[in-house]
Design a protein around this ligand. Structure first.
Ligand code: SF4
Length: 441
């Protein structure tokens, strides 16, 4: 039985404004056909600047699945996917989106026999069918095959382009974060892949690709991501003015929404609010007593619930792998004059595609920088890729940093895997361990 918790979380005001922007983006996508725009479905990395420059409307598969989960609307799509034959152990992002492809497929206006017509209208008729697919996933075989499955569901009639992106093992002696031969070779390889993708986009649109426009877009992304990183860094303060949940709420904006002055204004607003809180001594969690790091992809259907649950125990979740080691986290790499290189390097930096050595160094640095007391690992049931290194990371945290850790089970977009009692018990134990450690020192 879930426990009701007091709401001691103090989310940024800008979160509400951010929600409006995201809603407007999706509404615009849902009317793409009426505007005569082409639509691409894509998965994985942030390919949206290329689509924006090419004048195409885009749907990011994970984002759409996450949005449905956050709105608790994922059930019908997952049921459709399950009835089509996908087991519920399959990544719930892909299961939801594949279910949308099933629903989007033209089964006629009436009953589909899969789920009710009302659900179909809600989910499928709003998401325009793709004109083509682009897959840009690395570090996860499910991600790489996901669009191939959608391609089959839609009768193999929709063109598909798969971007090949190498995993960054980081095992050679000179390998490191942003340095080494592997980094340079992989960058050049991905730039070459992006040039091929641009040829594909030109063939699909019948127009020459607008490189100037891409440079302009990358300039907006660079400015917005600098503001985002600066605002995050202000949360090294104790107590923190904002929390991990605020950064989760900004992911959509930096990861797939159209780049423009509005994006910069939004992140300027976020940073201004954080600065204002610091000046006025306002904290992201009332009575902050514990500072935690969160490792794992977000449980999108539990975002508000988890924010309240942690705050209720006086635990401020400050930062995490998902928010702080992804999504244009190195804006200085973006050069609007040479946009493909910055894009390629950004894709290579996805934490899902990094070997253990790099992940370990990043976690250690964030724990030191943000004054972390303990780590909570979200063992996402259907995302194997992100859970790969978690036990190794936990060992490093305990042995090298002396930080207590704990795990809880859940999932990215399927609430059925979340067990509230498990989180409650393990979080309490983690906080007791932190208390015991403090009492000894
Ligand atoms: S299993 Fe994880 S990494 Fe792979 S596609 Fe699903 S969410 Fe992405």
């Amino acid at each position: 039985m879930a426990t009701l918790v007091e709401d001691k979380s103090n989310r940024l005001r800008m979160t509400g404004r951010g929600g409006e922007l995201v809603g407007a983006y999706w509404d615009e996508l849902f009317t793409a056909r009426e505007r005569g725009a082409q639509v691409v479905w894509y998965n994985g990395h942030a390919l949206n600047p290329l689509f924006q420059a090419a004048g195409i409307s885009w749907c990011h598969g994970e984002a759409f699945s996450a949005r449905l989960a956050a709105q608790h609307l994922e059930g019908p799509a997952q049921l459709a996917g399950e009835e089509y034959g996908y087991v519920n152990e399959l990544c719930s992002y892909s299961r939801t989106h594949l279910g949308c492809a099933v629903l989007t497929n033209d089964f006629g206006e009436g009953e589909t026999g899969i789920v009710g017509a009302v659900d179909q209208r809600e989910l499928a008729s709003r998401l325009p069918e793709p004109d083509f697919f682009v897959n840009g996933y690395q570090g996860c075989s499910t991600g790489q095959q996901w669009d191939q499955m959608s391609y089959r569901i839609l009768g193999k009639k929709v063109p598909i382009f798969t971007l090949s992106l190498p995993y960054m093992f980081g095992s050679k002696p000179d390998a490191g974060y942003l340095v080494g031969e592997e980094w340079e070779t992989a960058t050049n390889y991905v730039v070459d892949q992006l040039e091929k993708l641009i040829e594909f986009l030109e063939a699909q649109t019948g127009r020459p690709f607008d490189y100037d426009k891409l440079g302009e877009i990358m300039g907006y992304i660079k400015a917005a991501s600098q503001l985002r990183r600066e605002a995050m860094a202000l949360c090294m303060a104790k107590p923190t003015p904002a929390t991990y949940w605020d950064w989760v709420a900004c992911i959509a904006h930096i990861n797939f929404m159209p780049a423009g002055q509005r994006l910069i204004d939004y992140f300027q607003g976020v940073k201004d609010e954080v600065v204002e809180r610091l000046a006025n001594g306002v904290s992201g969690v009332a009575n902050e007593r514990y500072r935690l790091y969160f490792d794992g992809i977000m449980n999108w259907n539990k975002l508000g619930w988890l924010a309240r649950k942690f705050a209720d125990t006086d635990a401020a979740v400050i930062c995490g792998r998902y928010t702080h080691q992804n999504f244009w986290q190195e804006p200085q790499l973006i050069d609007p004059e040479n946009p493909l290189r910055g894009l390629a390097q950004h894709y290579l930096l996805c934490s899902n595609s990094q070997g253990f050595k790099t992940l370990k160094e990043a976690m250690v640095k964030d724990c030191d920088d943000y004054g972390i007391d303990g780590i909570i690992f979200h063992a996402s049931r259907t995302c194997r890729a992100y859970t790969n290194h978690q036990h190794l990371l936990a060992r490093v945290a305990e042995k090298q940093l002396g930080l207590p850790t704990t795990f809880f089970e859940g999932d990215i977009a399927d609430a059925a895997f979340y067990k509230d009692e498990i989180l409650e018990v393990r979080l309490a134990a983690l906080l007791e361990t932190i208390d015991a450690k403090r009492a000894r020192t």
